[in-house]
Design a protein around this ligand. Structure first.
Ligand SMILES: [Zn+2]
Length: 220
């Protein structure tokens, strides 16, 4: 199986056959399923995934090509979803879905959610930073901020929510002053004099910023 993303439009080229595949065609060929969560669970946003363990021989290259478009398309973007400490790469192609991939047990699972299924992920190029778990205040990073701690349990045919105590708070870590780079949009640490301090540490998956900036180009 070989493929290369073709960056015009939302397509990938199957290098074994030379055939171009449009992203919507790839998405249509995959067996999407809705997540199972407790009925009335208000916190996990509805979304679909493709089970990376159960792909057929025909589906496997479609999934890999779809993921390749997500990984390489210039309109894809890095963003933090809710309380996760690691960002994901997302792609929106105008079909009402937001696509990404996730890894479980070393297998890649394509994912997608309707654009209105939850608030939008916070983009790295819009100065987003991960929100520490105790500031997030929820048992799972995919729960909304401040939704607390506990578990859903099925008891006598009914789903009940069992509240738990929050973990003990951590002392806050000292934070260097930060600003937003006016060129690449990323959050940057500042020196005492207000200049960029650690902007050369690149985000994996983002091109390096075009260089150090004068103080005037940094917004706070
Ligand atoms: Zn920059």
């Amino acid at each position: 199986m070989g493929f290369a993303p073709a960056l015009d439009g939302y397509a990938a080229t199957d290098t074994a056959t030379g055939k171009g595949r449009e992203f919507p065609e790839l998405a249509d060929k995959l067996p999407w399923r809705w997540i199972d969560s407790p009925p009335h669970e208000p916190r996990m946003p509805p979304h679909q995934y493709v089970d990376g363990y159960k792909l057929t021989r025909d589906e496997l290259p479609m999934a890999r090509m779809l993921e390749s478009v997500i990984d390489h398309h210039p309109e894809s973007y890095l963003a933090y979803f809710r309380g996760y400490q690691q960002y994901n790469r997302y792609l929106e192609i105008g079909d009402g879905w937001r696509y990404w991939r996730a890894f479980f047990g070393g297998r890649s699972f394509p994912h997608r959610q309707r654009l209105d299924a939850s608030e939008r992920p916070r983009r790295v190029d819009e100065c987003a930073r991960p929100i520490p778990p105790d500031v997030w205040g929820a048992k799972y990073p995919f729960w909304p901020q401040g939704s607390g701690y506990g578990e859903w349990k099925r008891e006598g045919g009914k789903w009940n929510f069992h509240r738990e105590d929050p973990p003990p708070p951590h002392p806050p870590e000292p934070q260097r002053p930060r600003g937003c780079c006016a060129v690449c949009g990323r959050s940057v640490m500042l020196k005492r004099n207000g200049e960029l301090y650690a902007h050369n540490a690149p985000h994996p998956g983002l091109p390096p910023c075009p260089g150090r900036l004068p103080r005037a180009q940094i917004s706070r």
